[in-house]
Design a protein around this ligand. Structure first.
Ligand SMILES: [Mg+2]
Length: 244
């Protein structure tokens, strides 16, 4: 596992070099002893594989805003949210996957990923998790449209910086079940299913289209939900528990 020079090493060096003279106990206790060696892999560190769209970023809201601004969607229209695939919900100005991809690609060209709103409370909650020694690894499937990857990656990084969201890794993949973590957070029914099938611990981020899943779930990024996440890092609930 790579060690971030920006986040980890300066803090460790600070504590190692001035520990005996330091009076700032808050800073000296930033990384507890058991988390100082980040070479221990996912079994020795709190690793969070974190989805973006529908969990941290309001993708559907941003796409809707784009379509309204371009006159192809009624500003009073509020599409249904019963299905994960947007084109399967009534209220959108597209009916097929191909039409949806065309709309997405056009919006992406106008920096959809750099300008969308975060889901309320997400930046603050993620900073709280990072302060509590959670290794945040962004895992997103945003490269599902070819030809615009440079923009998708750059805009994603810009958006994360704009909102002050801390992270140690930024991974672009749709094969989420290929990446281990202590805890995953996702909203996609197919991802939740695939990850649980290989024994990974998934917290469902509540959305109308994933109501049929049992098990650990958070409804928002409130402090109580974030604290619950921290508790699950230490003690994963037994099967059937954790429904919030
Ligand atoms: Mg998602």
């Amino acid at each position: 596992m790579a060690v971030s020079a920006r986040w980890c090493i300066p803090v460790v060096e600070f504590c190692d070099t001035v520990r005996n003279k330091c009076t700032d106990t808050r800073r000296c206790s930033v990384i507890p002893e058991q988390y100082r060696n980040q070479q221990v892999g996912v079994t020795g560190y709190r690793v969070l594989n974190l989805d973006l769209d529908g969990v941290c970023a309001d993708y559907s809201g941003a796409l809707r805003d784009y379509l309204v601004d371009h006159g192809v969607m009624n500003p009073d229209a509020h599409p249904e949210e019963n299905n994960y695939a947007l084109y399967e919900n009534a209220g959108w100005p597209f009916r097929t996957r191909e039409e949806y991809l065309a709309a997405h690609k056009a919006a992406e060209q106008e920096h959809l990923y750099a300008t969308m709103r975060p889901i309320e409370g997400a930046p603050e909650a993620l900073r709280f998790l990072a302060e509590n020694h959670v290794y945040i690894r962004i895992v997103t499937h945003r490269l599902f449209v070819s030809g615009q990857h440079q923009m998708a990656v750059s805009d994603t990084a810009q958006w994360l910086d704009t909102w002050g969201i801390p992270y140690m890794s930024l991974c672009f993949t749709g094969l989420k079940d290929s990446m281990q973590a202590t805890v995953h957070i996702d909203d996609s029914p197919s991802n939740i299913t695939a990850l649980r099938k290989v024994g990974q611990h998934v917290v469902v981020f509540d959305q109308p289209y994933n109501q049929n899943f049992v098990g650990p779930r958070i409804h928002d990024w409130s402090r109580s939900a974030t604290q619950q996440l921290l508790d699950w890092f230490e003690q994963w609930p037994e099967t059937g528990e954790g429904e919030q």
